[in-house]
Design a protein around this ligand. Structure first.
Ligand code: 6CS
Length: 360
């Protein structure tokens, strides 16, 4: 298995916390500081960007591309320091670091974030996103979609900067998962929010929330039977080494969100805000292409290695999962109230509009 530096987390987290506000040459937005924003920042200014994935991943490629654009646009006045997974903490800890202003930017995947921002639990639901790749790309890049989630993130002191698609989720286990009955009794690892468990529970599985860093060893030790992730991640985290079968059911896209500390973003001088906003626009298309390429090449690599059996579900088989997943939509709506209802309905309208536009 690839080597992570998880044992050093506490040291790194303390170091980062100790450095907060020192190297930035400007305030980092941790509440009170924002009131006395300095007039002229001392350049270069460092922005810390925390990732939920290791080097070579979709998030890492995105962060590298964003770093390059921002450093170029700012003429070297901004330096972006990237912290891949393993250097700072679990997804939940990264969210805390961005909320308290210790890091400027972070990835926050809905599957982990849904206990803090229940509305993003939407992305843990199965069979609600479009089948068509182009419609999905346009949907996830749509400012209308981002607007929908802006307030729920802001309520938790996070500025939602964008959604990043990472490809279809695939299920791995030590057997094929062709029907919901095949999930019965399977101990399935999910991301660390209650909402992430619900669909697997609806299929009859026994879900458990486990941090990403622990999945490989739990699979290896047979503490769990299976898990769900995009293909590129199954390869790069070596899950395929300790699972016999990958089932491609295209139940949901893995959608990550890029966030910053809300106060930090609002306190940025105008030119810095523009460098950031424009950098984010520059990389949106790159992100889509990167995930397509990584998911394809890593699938080929795993197929070549011949260790993992790959099962593609038929439309009829997928239909059975869609039916079994439907009650989970009600759970989402119960947990998110009117706000969730509005988001859910607007999402469906947006998809219908985009499908219509793309057919013309
Ligand atoms: O399964 C997870 O926990 C993780 N999966 C990916 C592909 N990215 C980040 C997330 O934490």
């Amino acid at each position: 298995m690839r080597h992570f530096r998880f044992r050093l987390w506490p040291v790194w987290v303390s170091l980062i916390l100790a450095l907060t506000g020192c190297s930035d040459g400007q305030n980092t937005g941790s509440g009170d500081n924002t009131a006395n924003a300095p007039e002229a920042p001392e350049y270069p200014v460092t922005w810390r960007f925390a990732l939920e994935e290791i080097e070579g991943s979709v998030q890492h490629a995105y962060a590298e591309a964003l770093k390059e654009r921002i450093e170029e646009r700012s003429d070297g006045n901004i330096e972006v320091d990237i912290f891949p997974y393993g250097s700072l903490g679990t997804s939940v800890q990264l969210t805390e670091l961005v909320r308290n202003g210790s890091v400027s930017l972070a990835f926050a995947s809905p599957g982990h974030l849904a206990n803090t921002v229940p509305e993003v639990g939407l992305f843990t639901l199965h069979y609600i996103l479009p089948e068509d790749a182009e419609v999905t790309r346009q949907l996830l890049a749509s400012p209308k979609l981002i607007d929908l989630f802006e307030q729920p993130y802001a309520d938790q002191n996070m500025k939602l900067l964008g959604f990043v698609p990472e490809g279809w989720m695939a299920w791995t286990a030590n057997k094929a998962l062709r029907t919901p009955e095949d999930f019965k009794g399977q101990r399935i690892r999910t991301m660390t929010s209650d909402m992430a468990e619900e669909t697997f529970r609806a299929y009859g599985a026994e879900p458990s929330q486990i941090p990403y860093s622990q999945v490989y060893s739990d699979l290896q030790l047979r503490k769990i039977d299976g898990q769900s992730n995009p293909v590129f991640a199954i390869e790069e985290m070596d899950f395929y080494e300790v699972q016999s079968t990958m089932t491609l059911a295209r139940p949901a896209q893995f959608v990550a969100s890029v966030v910053s500390n809300h106060d930090w973003y609002n306190a940025l001088p105008e030119n810095q805000q523009q460098w950031l906003d424009n950098g984010l626009k520059d990389v949106a298309q790159i992100a889509w292409e990167t995930q397509e390429e990584l998911n394809q090449t890593r699938l080929e690599k795993m197929l070549e290695e011949g260790q993992l059996q790959v099962v593609r579900l038929t439309d009829a088989e997928r239909e059975a999962f869609q039916q079994a997943s439907m009650p989970v939509r009600d759970i989402y709506l119960e947990r998110t109230g009117e706000g969730g209802q509005r988001i859910f309905e607007t999402l469906q309208q947006l998809i219908a509009e985009l499908e219509n536009d793309n057919q013309q």
